[in-house]
Design a protein around this ligand. Structure first.
Ligand code: FAD
Ligand code: MLT
Ligand code: ZN
Length: 458
């Protein structure tokens, strides 16, 4: 297979217009490095089609010439899945930004794959509805991207992951064929679940050009509490108590003092609570009219399991800021691109996983700083490792991912596999499972042109 030559560039310019084939290195630079700064690739061309038909023509052309493609949305992915590491062409969905329709009766949103999460949220909120997915990268992450990584995010505990929001899809296969599964029905049970298959496929099966998502009715009012706790167990028991009292969990995020101190330093924020504690739990709840009274009562009755707490009416941006600023503060603080290990374990294992992880890291990698945080009620932690030297990235990743499997966990909870975890795929899936994934891939992209180095290729 060849990398693009000048002829392909002029052929693509015929399809999308010369202004939408980017070849200047200073212009393509932003497309060939990932958000963490670790994955640095190269490309001879970034192509920006403006419709499904143009995506189809671009792919048919590349297919004819045997040229590989990396689909890219907002390039906020954290596993190196959107970067042309072997000189592939980047097919950017940046121009697929039409918000086609918000259907208030059926509560659906039809939009282009390049629409950002924030744009989709705004469109839904104009009708008193909302997207079921929210994440701190909302201003850049696209609908095609969150489908392709099957993103989780901070509202997953209530609404489920992106696959759960997906009702329909339009996508283009590597040979240019367009496949459309578009039924504005929550019950449509005819044949295999094509949208569900493309969700989480990380750009390896098709280029998604349009999505049909279900919308949710947001809680009219919420309460947000930032709670100082000593142990993960105390945090999980408090979350359990809130739910058993009849409150609906809108979000539950765990942070450590290390992470909050780092955010405070980078954003010049005062301590959020009077009491210092090893862990902080941020919960957002909704429920009957007296939600705040019920929440305060539960916090008071929790005794010394709750060392301190601040409660505010939602959306409480000041409290959320301690959590939402973690990712960029960690990147700013680390002397090297952080190793970001997004893992999950059964809730019963999290405490043990965390308390045994840190000493092991300190012993084997004394120069590495660990900041752990995440969507605790999903069993999902983000183990972010700072100051990791290039030559120890693989060893420290191996150490953490094997620690995860010892706690019956998953090596990827919501970010996908990408390049970052490809070498550890067998920790997460059986040989039979991997073989089946390869067969599906060979059937749908027999030429192996779409994101060839992500997930199991041939
Ligand atoms: P990209 O990074 O452009 O691509 C991601 C993958 O999808 C690549 O493999 C790419 O090839 C493929 N792809 C993209 N668009 C298409 C398409 N149209 N068709 C086919 N394949 C496509 N993730 C979470 O799950 N939960 C979080 O809470 C979360 N928080 C984040 C916070 C910050 C500050 C940042 C920087 C990232 C966060 N992420 C989170 C990661 C990231 O935002 C998600 O993975 C998101 O889904 C990526 O969307 P994107 O449009 O940027 O995709
Ligand atoms: C988050 O929840 O903030 C993200 O998944 C990003 C991260 O791991 O940094
Ligand atoms: Zn996350």
């Amino acid at each position: 297979m060849t990398s693009p030559t000048l002829s392909i560039v002029s052929e693509l310019a015929e399809i999308v217009g010369p202004a939408n084939v980017l070849t200047d290195l200073d212009v393509t630079a932003g497309y060939v490095t990932d958000w963490t700064g670790h994955w640095r690739g190269h490309t001879e061309a970034v192509v920006r089609p403006g419709s499904t038909a143009e995506v189809s023509a671009v792919l048919a052309t590349c297919h004819r010439l045997g040229i590989r493609i990396v689909p890219q949305g907002g390039n906020t992915g954290l596993v190196g899945g959107s970067i042309p590491m072997e000189g592939e062409i980047v097919l950017s969905t940046q121009r697929l930004t039409r918000i086609e329709r918000v259907d208030v009766v059926d509560r659906t949103l039809a939009a282009g794959a390049g629409v950002t999460v924030a744009q989709a949220q705004d469109a839904a909120r104009q009708h008193g509805l909302d997207l079921g997915i929210d994440l701190a990268s909302r201003d850049s992450a696209t609908l095609g991207g969150i489908v392709s990584t099957n993103a989780g995010g901070i509202r997953m505990i209530k609404n489920g992951n992106t696959r759960k929001q997906l009702l329909g899809i339009e996508a283009v296969l590597s040979d240019g064929r367009v496949v459309t599964r578009w039924k504005e029905l929550v019950k449509d049970n005819v044949g295999y679940d094509l949208p569900g298959l493309l969700a989480g496929a990380e750009g390896t099966l098709a280029v998604i050009t349009r999505v049909l998502l279900r919308l949710i009715v947001p809680a009219p009012r919420t309460q947000v509490a930032l709670v100082a706790v000593s142990t993960v167990g105390d945090a999980l028991r408090l979350v359990d108590r809130l739910e058993r009292a009849g409150l609906t969990l809108e979000a539950a995020e765990l942070m450590t003092r290390t992470g909050v101190d780092l955010v405070r330093r980078h954003h010049d924020l005062r301590a959020p609570l009077a009491v210092d504690s090893p862990l902080l739990l941020l919960v957002e709840v909704s429920g009957q009219r007296d939600t705040q009274a019920l929440l305060l009562d539960i916090l008071e009755k929790a005794g010394e399991a709750v060392l301190d707490a601040a409660v505010e009416e939602g959306p409480a941006p000041k409290l959320w800021r301690y959590r939402e600023s973690h990712t960029e503060s960690i990147s700013a603080e680390s002397s090297t691109p952080p190793v970001k290990l997004d893992i999950s374990t059964p809730l019963r294992e999290i405490e043990q996983f965390l308390t045994t992880l840190t000493p092991g890291l300190t012993e084997k990698f004394p120069n590495v700083r660990a900041v752990c945080f995440g969507h605790i009620a999903d069993g999902n932690l983000h183990v972010n490792l700072l100051d990791v030297q290039e030559n120890e990235r693989e060893r420290v990743t191996d150490f953490v991912l094997r620690h995860v499997t010892r706690h019956d966990g998953s090596i990827s909870a919501e970010h996908g596999v990408g390049r970052a975890k490809a070498p550890w795929l067998e920790l997460g899936r059986s040989p039979q499972d991997i073989d089946l994934m390869k067969s599906i891939r060979a059937a749908i992209d027999p030429a192996g042109l779409l994101n060839p180095h992500i997930l199991p290729s041939r």
